[in-house]
Design a protein around this ligand. Structure first.
Ligand code: NDP
Length: 298
């Protein structure tokens, strides 16, 4: 392997420590700490694991964690009323609705109910528009983590050719805009893109957010490129204790021979997502309550 590993676990830990120090400073200065509310509807096992992780890390950073659990049979109105109540609660700084919501709930309508000032996932129209317009706002967590990892590897990203594969509202589109804001020359690829391999070979930074195990081949990677693998895919593995293992969207072993820097799966983008969520909660609390931003996370 010639590529240097971009250690998302280590960077996320540093970020969480900075958030923890910022929260401690806020407690000292204002006698209060930011509070993050997580809304979980139904009993999807993966969502429960994610929510447990978020609650644990919120508390570990010294923040207040609030959980609202609703049954899978909840109506649209019940879920939206839960969000509205959190919007009105002056002690709540951030609201995260764990996705996906059980069918037939309308996710977009629920997300849109979140007060943009508390939208720590950065998914409301208001925050998406602010990102597009280059205005201050809360940015989606996973794409923010991708940019931080690329900067950790390369420093200044200005002028780099960046290819983002995937155009989802959650990852691909905001990632492309965030890399554009870093002055990259950004291209977005998707399922209808022609000559994908060729486009990958021109990319200094390749962000794969597809959801297809090992799709990006080693010989698609420009020698020395920085590869950010967002994909989290379960593949069967009879020899593994859990009978499955997690792989990304990039063929890691082959890509490592070509790339200059690469994120592993797991241990790359994943840990950054929660760390960025905690950071967003502090940003939201400071903006909403009129507190100066602590130096630790500026
Ligand atoms: P979506 O399914 O919403 O989007 C996938 C995108 O990939 C679509 O834009 C789709 O194109 C594109 N795509 C699918 N097949 C191809 C193909 N053959 N060639 C080129 N493009 C293709 O997924 P998400 O964006 O929500 O997630 C992507 C991956 O990232 C998943 O593995 C997910 O688990 C992971 N993820 C990881 C997170 C983390 O914290 N690490 C957080 C969120 C997601 P089209 O639009 O044309 O259909």
């Amino acid at each position: 392997m010639s590529a240097k590993l971009i250690d998302g676990k280590a960077l996320a830990q540093t970020l969480r420590e900075d958030v923890g120090a910022a929260v401690a400073a806020l407690r000292t200065a204002h006698g209060a700490a930011p509070a993050l509310a997580v809304v979980l509807v139904g009993d999807d096992p993966a969502s429960q694991v994610y929510v447990r992780g978020k609650v644990r890390q919120t508390e570990a950073a010294g923040m207040i964690s609030i959980e609202r659990r609703l049954p899978a049979t909840s109506t649209q109105e019940e879920v939206e009323n839960t969000v509205e109540a959190l919007n009105k609660d002056p002690d709540v700084d951030g609201i995260l609705v764990q996705l996906p919501l059980p069918a037939p709930l309308d996710e977009t309508a629920v997300i849109e109910k979140i007060d943009p000032a508390k939208d720590v996932d950065g998914l409301t129209k208001a925050n998406a528009g602010r990102l597009l317009l280059g205005m201050p706002g809360l940015r989606p967590c996973t794409p923010t983590g991708c940019v931080m990892l690329a900067k950790q590897a390369l420093g200044d990203l200005s002028g780099k050719d960046c290819l983002v594969i995937g155009r989802s509202v959650l990852v691909g589109k905001p990632a492309a805009l965030l890399f554009l804001n870093e002055n990259c020359t950004t291209t977005i690829a998707h399922s209808r893109t022609r000559d994908l391999a060729q486009k990958c070979r021109a990319a200094d930074i390749l962000v794969a957010a597809i959801g297809r195990p090992n799709m990006v081949q080693g010989d698609w990677i420009k020698p020395g490129a920085c590869v950010i693998d967002v994909g989290i895919n379960r593949v069967d593995d009879a020899s593994a204790a859990r009978r499955y293992r997690l792989v990304g969207d990039v063929d890691f072993d082959a890509a490592s021979k070509q790339a200059g820097h690469i994120t592993p799966v797991p241990g790359g983008v994943g840990p950054m997502t929660i760390a960025c969520l905690l950071r967003n909660t502090v940003l939201a609390a400071c903006a909403r309550r009129g507190w100066p931003l602590p130096a630790q996370i500026q």
